[in-house]
Design a protein around this ligand. Sequence first.
Ligand code: PLP
Length: 380
Amino acid sequence: MNAAAELLAPVFAQYPLSVTSASGVWLHTADGRRVLDLYGGHAVVALGYGHPGWTSALSGQAQTLNFQSNAVPLPVRERAAARLIAFSQLDFNSVFFVNSGAEANENALKMAFTLTGRSEVVALEHGFHGRTAAAGALTWGAAGKWYGFPRPPFDVRFIARRDAAALAQISERTAAVFVEPVQGVGGAFDLGADYLAALRRRCNETGTVLIFDEVQCGMGRTGAPFAANLYGVQPDMLTTAKALGNGFPCAALLMTPRVARAVKLDALGTTFGGGPMACAAICAVIEALESEQLLDNVRRVGELIRTRCLVGPVQGFQGAGFLAGLICQRPARDIQRALLERDILTGTSGDPQVLRLLPPFVLQAAELELLRTALLEIGP
Ligand code: PLP
């Protein structure tokens, strides 16, 4: 490790890669390798690297107006909100822009407590919601490992995923249920339409706010605008980030009219959230998703992952679209290493058997064939 690298807090295990530039779905390294990126920087790079529309939107915005706070009305911010709500095709009429997934989740929780006056939150086993005090408290396995705070800021109850009987634990004491409709870190684990519909019904019965965390599975990654569309379930709030900015840090909390009515002046706040650069990035992402029909591509090539990649060590699939979990008969970490030796970057997950693919939405069938060939070469 070089001296400058040692200045960085050593909190992340490092891939053995020195990336100097990238284009499309390809990373270029200092030692001259071209690496196929099927991980997209943890689900962030939706449009691929060097996307011309996104690049020119950001450089244009940087030249015109790089920043003004939320106290100053900005057309680009209003455009980003309007485009995001229209893109969602869901019953939302209000957006609060922030900077990260965890921050969006914290604000969603605040609104759920404000609306209900209750103090318990239900989350799902194996869910991941971020590393801050509130989001970390809802993250399965954080307590006792990396949580780092003396106690959670409210009561948290974890229930088993896809277990309809466990929904009875949601009660009149429950302010909110927090759920990733397709769990990301949990292993690209899709909860399915029936379970999510039952969850919606139970929340209606108990007056509980249903919050979808689509930080990882949203913005087209499942082939639908949001997993809420894919499964036909309308949440009261939805958070999204990652692909939203294609690498420019940003996140959003979307609210239904009922939730939006409870937002009072100064109830929420942020300095950088909704800044013009972030909003220009969001507009450019949505423009590209729509004009280049990238969701169609996610559905088409996502289906090919299932039909072409059930080879070598892969025994099965879970997930949806480009949040794909390849269930392996050997530890996913070993397969990830073997693939990287063959210049293909993939991810692991909280499930040791599941290799996670989070490719840019521009991935083509011919590039996916390289994964199939490598898996065949690796063998069972
Ligand atoms: N929620 C989900 C589903 C995530 O996957 C993540 C990050 O991986 C987060 C929340 C936290 O997002 P951030 O790291 O932007 O705070």
